[in-house]
Design a protein around this ligand. Sequence first.
Ligand code: ADP
Length: 331
Amino acid sequence: MIEVKNLTKSYGPTLAVNQVSFDAHAGEVVGFIGPNGAGKTTTMRILTCYLTADAGSATVAGYDVVENAIDVRKNVGYLPESAPLYADMGVVDYLKFMTEIREIPKSQRKERLRTVVDICGLEGVIQKDIGELSKGYRQRVGLAQSLIHDPPILILDEPTSGLDPSQTIEIRNLIKDIGKEKLVLFSTHILPEVAATCDRILIISQGEIVANGTHDDLISQIRSEDKLHVTIQGSEEAITPKLQELDGITQVSCVSSDNGVVKYELTTSQEGYYAAGDVYNVVVKNEWVLVELRQESVDLEQVFLHFTTGETSNITPAREVMRVENSTEEE
Ligand code: ADP
């Protein structure tokens, strides 16, 4: 539905978008994230025919953004970062005006208007002027105008920027609902929003796509191994060899041992939750007391830092740990 190949755009000496390629399909909600100035808005403007690229190509709904700009616009709903709303126009008048601009046949205008008012929850404010609305409701009106011609593709630039947490959740849920049927590409810098809303994530940094995948894909790309944090009441001499015997554990590191409470960091060769089961069983079998058993998690913030700055400091804790080999050669 969207196919982008080697898209490149400079503003004078600033290379804003550099050889960007990706595709996106119907029924997907794709989150487009990156630091400020990474090239998100520029890419979205090219896809919605508001800017032309210097090089590369993009097709949207099968139409080339340069050759078939009118067809692209018919198939896309676009919510720019600051939606061009007319403050002194009534909500209903504005949306009626949009049905005319979008050349929706007269016989269908009422029906489309009713549908977008319903989807975007605008019933209560339909008689008000846009200027009287809160930022959250103005954003809903912006979304309603992007949906008015029932396009199969929605491109939303920072749709939740400036909203309070409850408004953000409402818009996020709206995007999720819309994304069940349509392709939604939206940019944001709010990472939990991406994790909660998107089927796929594109990360752009300094004009280049640096990561493309599902939330889980991206996490597994930066996590080479799983870590378990375990705290057990018992004797270190007794516990350590039993943990070393476990098949799924490649490294047993004792972090501290105080008053009969031993803390370990375990590296696992298999998915952490399988190894956690083995650790639990060995604790029960030996009648020790399990104080804590936790799988180290990698979150989207770490993924973002890794791909946009190369930092991974939180993924592998820089802590001096004692490596206890599985073999007994040292003795
Ligand atoms: P994002 O949306 O990720 O914040 P943008 O696409 O707005 O990024 O900007 C990408 C780069 O292009 C930035 O360095 C920005 O300063 C520059 N840029 C954007 N628009 C213009 C413009 N109209 N004129 C000159 N430089 C621009």
